[in-house]
Design a protein around this ligand. Structure first.
Ligand code: AMP
Length: 481
């Protein structure tokens, strides 16, 4: 299959060649001809499948006819996150560079007026997150009656983020005769209902099985304690066991954990950066650019913040928490082992997370083996937190920024030993014994606080998962060395 067989315009084909695409991906080969015939499309496709171009290319071709009018955009693309919206805008810059279109990005967290001014001039394409779009509409700055084509991207993520009512509202504001292209990595019942309601006789296409994980990904489980500080120690120990890390994403379930992990890893000399929902747009893009440029080795991210990011060639994924939605596991580890390359995915598993892991194993239909971490060294002795002399304050506040350094110096420094009452010799110390943390990162309580914010899963009630629900393999103790 060749791009020239899909019915795209010569101008679009020229841009495709300039972008270096030679062969359409499965989703492109299937979706583009239908989209060009103005049919509705329902595509089951994940990030990395080339789905952005699957809607951008036909859209560009169709937009060659006609002109935008003031305040009446012609096409609308809905994205769940600002990052994804920005990525689609980049795709328009690359693939639409010969088209001279007015593309407006309507996302939260940035100034309203310049966005409105773009709409005033007449936008061919609006790329929006649902909240900002409705805001703009309610303020009377935008008319939706001229929309010829609607793209709903990452619909299952919209569901996770509670955007479905907004999507329904937006769909009802659009002309009935519009064309709709709908993409989702999974099709839970709520999403199916949405497609029944708003798509007309759609062409159903599927690029990947959402429950499958690539064979090129080596998946491992690591049994770890639940207590947060010990869990972080286990993560550091795990990171140190891997010497072939080119770049890695460390996933955590909550943005508070992401922020805490970033601080903690940096304080221990790891070259880390964070991506979470509380960061402003420019900070996120800066971190992402640094990660792409290999200036950051470990990107700590929540699912929402990382969703859909186009990061090629991630060598490792570490799940600091087991995702509470099984599909998120597939998304997370799908960041590695792309395009037939070898990838590594480690999932840290506490007893309390057994129920979530069971659901994942059922989904992926695989038995994931355990990786024996061995003794987790009390490495806080070698971390910068311990290197400070008493009374000098925390490293995070006033210390030298070591984030550019790749790895923490491994050798423990004798003078760094924090004097601890009743201190045991190191070798004899039982693993994961709770120990007061003299200058460790902040109290852990904030991790467990339930939150309904977009970037947070509600804190699971761990107490429910003790006892009868526990799979036998989780009951065994963590190996002490
Ligand atoms: P997406 O799934 O849309 O996020 O695309 C993933 C990556 O694949 C992006 O970096 C695209 O630029 C790239 N890509 C999309 N289509 C093709 C293609 N036909 N050939 C090569 N790369 C592509």
């Amino acid at each position: 299959m060749n791009f020239s067989e899909l019915g795209l315009s010569p101008k679009v084909l020229e841009a495709v060649t300039a972008a270096g695409y030679t062969t359409p991906t499965a989703i492109q080969a299937q979706a583009i001809p239908h989209a060009l015939q103005r049919k509705d499309v329902m595509g089951l496709a994940q990030t990395g499948s080339g789905k952005t171009a699957a809607f951008v290319l036909p859209m560009l071709t169709l937009l060659e006819k006609g002109r935008a009018r003031a305040r009446m955009p012609r096409t609308l693309i809905l994205e769940p996150t600002r990052e994804l919206a920005a990525q689609v805008q980049e795709a328009f810059e690359t693939l639409g560079k010969l088209h001279n279109l007015n593309v407006a990005l309507l996302i939260g967290g940035v100034a309203f007026d310049p966005q409105a001014a773009k709409i005033d001039r007449g936008a061919d394409v609006v790329i929006a997150t649902p909240g900002r779009l409705l805001d703009m509409f309610e303020r009377g700055r935008l008319l939706l009656t001229g929309i010829e084509m609607l793209v709903i991207d990452e619909a299952d993520r919209m569901l996770d983020m509670g955007f479905i009512p907004d999507i329904e509202r937006i769909c009802k504001l659009l002309p009935f005769t519009r064309q709709t292209l709908f993409f989702s990595a999974t099709m839970p019942p709520e999403i199916q209902r949405l497609t029944t309601q708003f798509l007309h006789n759609p062409e159903r296409i599927e690029a990947t099985r959402p429950s499958s994980t690539a064979e090129t990904i080596e998946q491992k489980l690591v049994s770890v304690p639940h207590e947060a500080k010990q869990k972080r120690e286990a993560l550091r120990a795990l990171l140190r066991t891997q010497d072939n890390v080119k770049n890695a994403i460390v996933f955590a379930n909550r943005k508070t954990t992401v922020a805490l992990l970033e601080k903690s890893l940096k304080a221990h000399g790891f070259n880390a950066g964070a991506l979470h929902g509380d960061m402003d747009q420019s900070a996120r893009l800066k971190t992402l650019a640094a990660f792409r440029a290999n200036e950051i080795t470990y990107l700590i991210a929540s699912d929402v913040a990382a969703r859909g990011l186009d990061i090629p060639e991630v060598s490792h994924v570490f799940n600091f928490d087991v995702p509470t939605h099984a599909e998120d596991y597939v998304h997370r580890i799908g960041r590695t082992g792309r395009a037939g390359r070898e990838g590594h995915a480690f999932t840290m598993l506490t007893k309390e997370e057994g129920k979530y892991w069971k659901a994942i194993e059922t989904l992926i239909k695989k038995d994931v083996p355990f990786f024996e971490l061995g003794e987790v060294p009390a490495d806080s002795k070698s971390g910068p937190e311990r290197e400070e002399r008493p009374g000098r304050g925390r490293r995070e506040r006033g210390g030298r920024d070591r984030s550019h350094e790749k790895r923490e110096p491994r050798a423990p420094r004798a003078e760094a030993e924090a004097p601890a009452p009743a201190q045991q010799p190191r070798a004899a110390k039982p693993q994961h014994t709770p120990k007061p943390e003299a200058r460790g990162p902040r109290p852990e309580r904030q991790d467990r606080r339930p939150s309904r914010h977009h970037d947070d899963d509600a804190a699971p009630d761990h107490s429910r998962f003790h006892g009868d629900n526990m799979p036998a393999f989780l009951m065994r103790p963590v190996k002490a060395g």
